[in-house]
Design a protein around this ligand. Structure first.
Ligand code: PGA
Length: 253
């Protein structure tokens, strides 16, 4: 088993995002040339915002088209309507989809309003849709302070599929300012599982700032453990951590 994952350190999030956006643009264009779609796995949170800004710039200034792109987001809060300002549906439209030429029919996020009885079926359908699209070519990830990827909180097994999860108190407190108080943060979400994520052909995990330094070190250099789901990336054949100097500051030589 591979026990070390590749990491790259950049002078700024913007510089890292130029690199990742370049990889994504090359994928989209190479697929376009052979008449096939590119399938992107997308993340929310503050981390990927500069990446989405760069992709929008590539669309506006360098002719990058998203007509041949299908997307699957990692997760969605349960209990939020699509048009709630903090839903990931709203986030993705505000930060990317409204600004590029993607076909709305090719945008996929788990539902935040599916009933408890329908959740199992909904999660299975999400997995089926990813498979039918040919699998995820390029997965973007952030990392939570709990080490989560998607919303796979500590204790989630490596082979987990898309499912309903309970949010860790640390994750909820990190989200509290955006919601105007922890009481307003949902307690549950639907997330792609670690197993779903690890099937992506290429994975780019992005992390910025000193608040992430300790968990980034654990994910890259610590044991592969379900206590830090990002550590599972050590087993992936083509996963790279894209870091700024502060997020990389605790990695040991
Ligand atoms: P952040 O969240 O990008 O807002 O830091 C990352 C995550 O929780 O995965």
């Amino acid at each position: 088993m591979v026990t070390n994952v590749q990491f790259l350190v950049f002078e700024s999030p913007a510089a890292a995002c130029r690199e990742v956006a370049g990889e994504i643009a090359a994928l989209i264009r190479s697929r376009d040339l052979i008449g096939r779609r590119a399938v992107l796995g997308l993340a929310t949170g503050s981390t990927p915002i500069p990446l989405y800004r760069e992709l929008i710039r590539l669309h506006r200034e360098e002719g990058l088209s998203f007509r041949n792109v299908t997307t699957f987001n990692l997760d969605e809060y349960l209990g939020l309507e699509r048009n709630h300002p903090e839903s990931y549906w709203s986030f993705m439209h505000r930060n990317l989809f409204d600004h590029v030429d993607i076909d709305p029919a090719c945008v996929n996020l788990p539902s935040g309003t599916v009933s408890q009885e329908e959740i199992l079926r909904h999660c299975r359908d999400y997995e089926d849709a990813i498979r039918e699209a040919g699998g995820i070519d390029y997965q973007i990830l952030g990392i939570g302070r709990t080490g989560h990827i998607g919303f796979n909180e500590p204790g989630t097994p490596m082979d987990a599929r898309t499912q309903k999860i309970h949010l860790d108190p640390i994750t909820r407190s990190d989200a509290a300012p955006a919601f105007g108080g922890i009481d307003k943060v949902p307690t549950e979400a639907i997330t792609m599982g670690c197993g779903t994520i690890l099937e992506a052909r290429r994975i780019a995990l992005l992390a910025w700032g000193s608040k992430k330094a300790s968990i980034v070190r654990q994910a890259i250099q610590g044991p592969i453990t379900d206590e830090v789901s990002a550590s599972f990336l050590q087993t992936h054949a083509d996963a790279t951590f894209f870091l700024d100097n502060d997020a990389a500051s605790k990695i040991c030589d």
